[in-house]
Design a protein around this ligand. Structure first.
Ligand code: GRF
Length: 192
């Protein structure tokens, strides 16, 4: 079975959905590590409750991205991580990790990419007054939400949609879409 590391910066509801899918057997993988760049983030509590080791770091305390990514890479290698899942990790991945895990890093983004990349995709969709938005799972490259798309699911916006209501709809999609897509990719790798 493949070992995965989840990178997250916030509440970690997607982290939880992935861990729950592993526990109920719909995702055949081991979640071996949480990587978090925000000491105090709720996702760290979730990892602790689930007895999943976490590597928490403060980017400011390193000279640059390369330096902290080297330390992360050591952690990943020590835990024999095969696959990296970004779930609300609010940083671009640099060459150190991209080269080591080429084609083995995925991200989830709360819009139908290429629409609304970057921060606050939900706010961007509301401001643009679109009638349909959604969720994208994609491979990660050096750009901001630019890698090849793996899967997308749409959501309709209602007349009086708010940031909170749209976020709730999007989370609901993410929590079933992400574990299912990860399972598909890992299955495919097993068969390859
Ligand atoms: C998700 O909406 C995801 O699409 C985006 O960040 C959010 C993370 O939410 N990249 P959570 O921390 O998993 O609850």
């Amino acid at each position: 079975m493949k070992n995965i590391a989840i990178f997250a910066s916030g509440s970690g509801s997607n982290f939880q959905a992935i861990v729950d899918a592993v526990k109920n057997g719909t995702l055949e993988a081991n979640v071996e590590l949480l990587v978090c760049d925000k000491p105090g983030a709720f996702v760290i509590d979730r990892a602790e409750i689930e007895s999943i080791p976490s590597f928490v770091f403060l980017p400011k305390s390193f000279t640059n991205k390369e330096e902290y990514e080297r330390v992360i890479l050591e952690e990943l290698q020590e835990k024999q991580i095969d696959f990296i899942v970004l779930a609300g990790y609010m940083r671009l991945i640099g060459p150190t990790l991209l080269e080591a895990y080429e084609g083995r890093i995925v991200n989830i983004h709360p819009s139908l990419l290429p629409a609304f990349p970057g921060k606050d995709a939900i706010g961007q969709a509301l401001d643009a007054k679109v009638k349909v938005s959604g969720v994208t799972v994609h491979y990660v490259d050096a750009g901001m939400d630019t890698g090849p798309v793996i899967a997308q699911e749409q959501v309709e916006l209602s007349e009086n949609e708010t940031k909170e209501s749209l976020q709730a709809k999007i989370h609901e999609i993410e929590h079933h879409l992400y574990p299912a897509v990860i399972q598909q990719i890992l299955q495919h790798e097993r068969g390859a």
